[in-house]
Design a protein around this ligand. Structure first.
Ligand SMILES: C[S@@+](CC[C@H](N)C(=O)[O-])C[C@H]1O[C@@H](n2cnc3c(N)ncnc32)[C@H](O)[C@@H]1O
Length: 555
């Protein structure tokens, strides 16, 4: 078997736990080319080179080095390198970078590094850290729901240290590696070094890694970088950008904190500018509730109609909805929930109240209208929009329509007498768009006694209805068309409510669009429903470019 492809034959579970994906030769050579340009053509002679996640030496085997150290987790990989005779003269050793001690310490014991490498570090010799770290996460937010746990990722010595120092990202192997490598120059007070590493592009963008950037990467000298699609790793179907970047020790040039990093998108010959919120207010901070005075018990839902008994939650007293903004990154943009119930244990700052209503709808709409993104945009993050842009207020108005009528993500519902933690609950829908009086009249007209009574039990017009009234004439024509069609279909479908499947709770007068379309429209009004979808598409298409124009995303 070609050892370059060894991980193709690895047991999938083992591969995921150890994060083993090999680097294709094409990208190894590109990385070397970039290092030649940035560090000079003789860097392999001038620097000590250490690959601390060498696997079977893919990054180095085709090149010659004066002083090379190759370490990796698996003894079998060490044996393969030695047997194959790759990089003759290199010191190859088994070393668990995330657990084994680098320096002698009372707690960790003596350093497990070979003498030569230890000496090179202690003598402050120029060194290149070249590697492609393992990829894998012990848990992401989905894991909280699905009980996915990748064993042991969370329990390494480095992850413990990161937690002690309150560095986010400690459950991600790649982040642990990068943090660990960035720390070595600090430990040994190195003055000439380069960190030449593959990673996910998210290391430069997402808020999770903000502290790694602020404490380390942003203080180094970013030399250059390129990205390529992760599908180039054999067996990896998820398509996100893999970054190769070169960071060197800080030079004496004055540098702005918020340096602009540009990476080359391989095969397109274009430069991509990296944006993050390291020194500016993030979208999350902007959207989240600031003044929570008192709280009440909330009903936890996992989707529009499903109660989630797992969580016991308290929500701000004046909140009437929930916006999961876990999806700060583009690749998660279709996973958020916008609902009238509360989705999860996550912070009550995700709740919607009059205070942050406009920000929430405006932000959720940016996800809803976004077209399919390219692979190289997958790790871009959503930003606080430019609220001073003259187009912003129109966006907000039209976002009301998008956020309540969009098909995916909009999980708005009204529920009656659902069991949650051994008691019966009603959930009101403050995103409903018709008046209480109109629904009462319809109930009267169509002899729907239950709904008629419901209008008296909950007699108040809803927040969104009042908003729509106050904004009459201020929606864009395509948004108005969607609203008009939804209202028409709500009226048209009314007679079917009485006999609809009780699971849709359509006898709640303020039942949401999700309930109406799933419980009645799809079955009884397919033609009209598809007309509605066409109108929605027109609106979404028109709004999509504004996501960039208003700065929710930047190119
Ligand atoms: C993404 S692969 C890269 C392999 C090889 N350097 C290449 O570029 O093809 C990451 C490698 O790190 C190794 N690894 C995982 N955890 C490690 C650890 N704690 N210490 C050292 N190596 C580790 C894996 O076994 C795997 O070979």
């Amino acid at each position: 078997m070609d050892v370059r492809n060894r991980d193709q034959f690895m047991d999938e579970k083992h591969r995921r736990r150890t994060g083993a994906f090999f680097t294709p030769k094409l990208w190894v050579d590109e990385a070397h080319k970039m290092m030649d340009q940035q560090l000079g053509p003789n860097w392999r002679e001038e620097y000590v080179v250490w690959d601390a996640s060498a696997g079977t030496a893919n990054l180095t085997r085709d090149y010659r080095f004066k002083e090379l150290y190759l370490s990796t987790l698996e003894q079998t990989d060490v044996d393969i390198i030695l047997k194959s005779g790759f990089n003759p003269g290199a010191v190859v050793f088994q070393f668990d970078f995330l657990n084994d001690p680098i320096e002698d310490s009372i707690i960790g014991g003596p350093s497990k590094l070979p003498e030569g490498l230890k000496k090179a570090l202690e003598e402050n010799r120029p060194i290149v850290f070249l590697n492609n770290p393992p990829y894998g996460t012990s848990s992401d937010y989905r894991a909280l729901f699905n009980n996915i746990h990748k064993e042991k990722i969370d329990h390494t010595e480095i992850s413990k240290k990161m937690k002690e120092e309150r560095i986010n990202g400690s459950s991600n192997l790649m982040a642990q590696f990068i943090w660990g490598i960035c720390n070595i120059p600090k430990i040994f007070k190195l003055s000439v070094f380069s960190i030449c590493t593959f990673s996910q592009l998210s290391i430069l963008t997402i808020p999770t890694y903000k502290k790694i950037r602020i404490d380390y990467l942003n203080n180094l000298n970013y030399k250059s970088g390129f990205i390529f699609p992760s599908t180039d790793f054999i067996g990896n179907s998820a398509n996100w950008p893999v970054l190769f970047s070169i960071f060197s020790e800080k030079n004496n040039l004055p540098r702005e904190n918020n340096q602009t990093i540009k990476v080359n998108i391989k095969n397109t010959n274009t430069l991509k500018t990296i944006h993050n919120n390291d020194y500016t207010e993030s979208e999350f901070e902007w959207v989240s509730l600031k003044n929570i005075t008192s709280k009440k018990q909330g009903l936890s839902l996992s989707s529009a109609l499903t109660v989630n008994e797992k969580y016991d939650i308290n929500i701000p007293v004046n909140s009437f909805g929930f916006y999961s903004i876990m999806n700060t990154v583009v690749k998660e943009s279709k996973n958020g929930i916008f609902s009238s119930g509360v989705g999860s244990i996550f912070t009550d700052r995700f709740c919607i109240s009059p205070e942050n209503f406009e920000k929430c709808i405006s932000s959720v709409s940016s996800r809803m209208v976004l077209n399919d993104a390219q692979w190289y945009e997958m790790n871009d993050i959503f930003l606080k929009p430019d609220v001073n842009n003259i187009l912003y207020q129109q966006w907000v108005n039209d976002s009301i329509i998008i956020s309540i009528f969009n098909l995916r993500q909009s999980q708005i519902s009204s529920l009656r007498q659902v069991t949650y933690h051994n008691s019966l609950w009603d959930l009101e829908n403050h995103f409903f768009y018709l008046s209480n009086q109109e629904m009462r009249d319809l109930a009267n007209q169509h002899n729907n006694t239950i709904l008629y009574q419901d209008t008296f039990k909950y007699p108040n017009d809803r927040f969104v209805y009042n908003k729509l009234q106050s904004l009459q004439g201020q929606f864009s024509p395509d948004a108005q068309a969607v609203l008009d069609k939804a209202i028409e279909l709500t009226r048209l479908s009314f007679p079917y409510r009485k006999d609809a499947d009780p699971k849709f709770h359509l006898n709640a007068w303020d039942a949401g669009w999700y309930q109406i379309r799933m419980g009645i429209l799809k079955e009884h009004f397919p033609k009209e429903y598809s007309e509605f979808r066409e109108l929605l598409l027109v609106l979404r298409k028109r709004m999509a470019p504004l996501v960039y124009e208003l700065g929710f995303l930047k190119r």
